[in-house]
Design a binder for this molecule. Structure first.
Ligand code: TXA
Ligand code: MG
Length: 352
């Protein structure tokens, strides 16, 4: 199968919607990451998503809708607090798990009685759902296990030949997947950190705050989203993590690895390294082009936590393209979306 990449103009959207209506799959941009979509009401179409990605069938999909009016076609009941979060954060990088309507096939929810729902903010995603006239089930459009795609070319690299059509809406503006909250069992529970920072969700009510605080650490014994148990975001290189500001640790490990002849990629915070100017920091000198080191094959500097979120998956993919042996990452500041960045970094380092 030829995989076509096309800008989401009117003609492309009409064609993509026809593919969805005809039971096929289309990759499309959202503000978080690219998704691989199929008609959420068509079990056979949904199976093609699992095939293309090599995704385990016990890992349910998120159903994407265009607006609140479509909600009651996919969920049975809407708790008041869920309705409030929808008003406040949707369209946006938030997904709610709710009791599913009969119309949603088991293939979408992996047999669960609940369905994950989100209203994306990207205009091409909303236009596609509207044109297709059906809710669209879509996981991230990467091959299972690799970092989520934040550019159309990432989808192409992973799924070329396996899907017909990629709508190229440019770089994703958030770069991390949506935050997921489960409303299906009593008090709401956080299942996945993501694009809406926890700080923005806490304090909404005592109930939400209590639960979300407890789950922010993803404490053992709590049920998480089924997909979170799989290895994720893992580049081929070994990932080493350092706390924000631990430039000494980064420096030492970098020189040890380079001394062994390892090809090292660095993902660091610009603030930490600006402060190293005028010191003996070898890494600062490489960044400032004052010196070179043949073993440091890439050094990415993140300007702040939002920038880190936007570029993290791209950088992890680059480490593979450049055949790095090791990636040394300095964590983001542990606040706001930085907490979600650090969650993904820990998964990439196989710590969660
Ligand atoms: O930002 C996003 O959420 C992106 C874009 C494309 O919308 N989608 C995404 O989908 O990240 P995916 O499939 O890569 O991750 C969805 C996560 C998985 O961990 C899955 O197990 C969980 O959501 N999930 C889906 N349905 C669920 C349900 N009914 N109950 C609990 N977890 C669920
Ligand atoms: Mg995914």
């Amino acid at each position: 199968m030829e995989t076509e990449i096309i800008k989401p103009n009117k003609t492309a959207l009409v064609k993509a919607a026809e593919i969805i209506k005809g039971g096929g799959t289309v990759a499309f941009p959202t503000e978080t990451v690219y998704g691989l979509g199929a008609d959420a009401l068509n079990a056979e179409a949904v199976k093609k998503i699992f095939e293309a990605k090599g995704r385990p069938s016990d890992n349910p999909l998120i159903v994407h809708i265009a607006d609140e009016k479509q909600l009651l076609s996919v969920v049975k009941v809407l708790p008041a607090l869920a309705a409030y979060l929808i008003d406040r954060f949707m369209p946006g990088p938030l997904t709610l798990v709710l009791e599913k309507a009969e119309s949603i096939p088991d293939e979408v929810t992996a047999g669960l009685k609940t369905v994950a729902v989100r209203i994306p903010a990207h205009p091409a995603a909303v236009a596609l759902i509207r044109a297709a006239g059906t809710p669209i089930a879509a996981p991230s459009a990467n091959a299972s296990g690799s970092p989520s795609p934040t550019k159309a070319s990432h989808v192409y690299d992973d799924l070329n030949g396996k899907i017909a059509y990629i709508l190229d809406g440019g770089d994703c503006s958030i770069g991390l997947e949506s935050t997921i909250i489960d409303f299906s069992v009593g008090k709401p529970r956080l299942l996945r950190m993501g694009g809406i920072p926890l700080d923005e969700l806490t304090g909404l009510s005592d109930g939400v705050e209590g639960e979300i605080e407890a789950l922010g650490t993803e404490s053992a014994g709590r049920p998480l989203a089924p997909g979170m148990k799989y290895r994720h975001y893992a580049p081929k290189a070994r990932v080493y993590l350092f706390e924000y500001g631990d430039t000494q640790g980064v420096e030492l490990l970098c020189s040890l690895l380079c001394g062994e002849g390892k090809r090292v990629a660095l993902i660091l915070n610009s603030q930490s390294y600006v402060a190293q100017s005028g010191t003996q920091s070898g890494i600062f000198k490489i960044i400032a082009n004052e010196t070179t080191n043949e073993f440091v094959i890439r050094a990415a500097l993140m300007n702040d936590a939002e920038d880190y979120a936007r570029r993290l998956f791209y950088e992890l993919r680059e480490t593979d393209r450049k055949n790095a042996d090791a990636v040394i990452c300095e964590k983001a500041v542990d606040a706001g979306i930085g907490r979600s960045v650090n969650n993904r970094l820990e998964k990439a380092a196989d710590k969660l």
